[in-house]
Design a protein around this ligand. Structure first.
Ligand SMILES: Cc1cc2nc3c(=O)[nH]c(=O)nc-3n(C[C@H](O)[C@H](O)[C@H](O)COP(=O)(O)O)c2cc1C
Length: 204
């Protein structure tokens, strides 16, 4: 079957991509507004970009009314954010944060999610996230217009909190201890519990 993306509706185009591009990591993004109100929301169009300089990205699409998400408003206002990773045990709390709360209402408070101070940026982090990347805005790339239009955020990493409990004996992150969840299409998720290794041809 061939899909013609030049004629698909934006909704269908999004769904075909979300069903196919899997599994996706999840950025659980904490931000702060100019008035100092906290916000927390998940985004699975997310990835690392480069270590030089250390940079990551995530994409927020405008909702059906074309309204900007709180995350977008806050980063535009204060230019900082924290990307918290989502372990299996926090899946339900992460999912709850996709609810449409009025602007300025904190998901940390609404859903009983413990926060902790960041060290280099103003937005708090999720206290129980195994890793939290503190980011300063590098740039925003606007893609499209109206409903479904994306704001792609590039963030410069300035610090990361790595929970000691996810470190293996070699001092590195042990994927089994990290136990992150990934996003599939629809309301489906995946764990990293069925792991395997493959030798790289370009490494000794
Ligand atoms: C697992 C998961 C992944 C999501 N990924 C995205 C995404 O990549 N881009 C996006 O715009 N919305 C995504 N959403 C929806 C947002 O989290 C949702 O619109 C949320 O209400 C935005 O919150 P905010 O207005 O507080 O910023 C995702 C939701 C879930 C549960």
């Amino acid at each position: 079957m061939i899909l013609d993306f030049t004629t698909l509706s934006p909704r269908d185009a999004y769904n075909w991509m979300a069903d196919a591009i899997t599994p996706r990591p999840i950025a659980w993004v904490s931000t702060i507004s100019a008035e100092g109100k906290h916000n927390l929301a998940p985004f699975s169009f997310f990835n690392g970009i480069t270590g030089n300089p250390p940079t990551l990205m995530f994409s927020a699409v405008a909702n059906r009314g074309g309204v900007k998400k709180d995350t977008v408003r806050n980063i535009e206002e204060t230019r900082e954010f924290v990307v918290n990773l989502v372990p299996h045990v926090l899946t339900e709390k992460m999912n709850a944060c996709a609810a449409l709360l009025p602007h300025g209402e904190s998901e940390f408070e609404a859903f009983g999610i413990d926060s902790a101070s960041s060290t280099r940026v103003a937005p708090p982090r999720v206290a129980d996230a195994p890793v939290a990347f503190e980011c300063v805005l590098h740039s925003i790339v606007a893609v499209g217009e109206g409903a479904g239009a994306a704001s792609v955020f590039f963030g410069r990493l300035v610090a990361a909190h790595v929970a000691d409990m996810v470190l293996g004996a070699d001092g590195k992150i042990d994927p089994a201890l990290l136990d992150t969840v990934g996003r599939l299409g629809g309301e489906n998720y995946v764990t990293t519990r069925d792991r395997f290794s493959v030798k790289r041809p370009d490494r000794k």
